[in-house]
Design a protein. Sequence first.
Length: 151
Amino acid sequence: MIKLPKHVKTGLFWALRLGLGGLFLYAGAAKIGAPADFATEIANYQLGNTLAPLMAVTMPAVEIVLGMALIAGTRPWVRAAALGSAGLLAVFTVAVTTVVARGINVDCGCFGGNAGPVTMVTVLRDVLLLAGAAGIFLLSAQLPVSTPSEA
């Protein structure tokens, strides 16, 4: 394991928190106003179409809550949001990988309308985001607690 100075770990921790948290806030906000359109995009993945309406209504709110917890949460909330984000990103990664493997031409739906088609770039992006969520979780355990409210 690579040893990094505390200030580098702290900077990386905050960069990952702000980056992933901001991304989840943006993604959730972009989809929350058009659940019917998002349900169609989910159904196009051809993975359990009966769940598409429920997912379209709940997923944007979950993304927003995760984003807020990553950015503004205390240490336990950040750790929980990192785990939740990792779980969600793992599901997203499996979904986009199966679409690419089956050769289905579908728009991502990741950031609302016109997010672009699912490609290997989408898979790679999701893998990197998953690594970022794991990084937040791991770094949150290595860094000292900075305030009594985070103890």
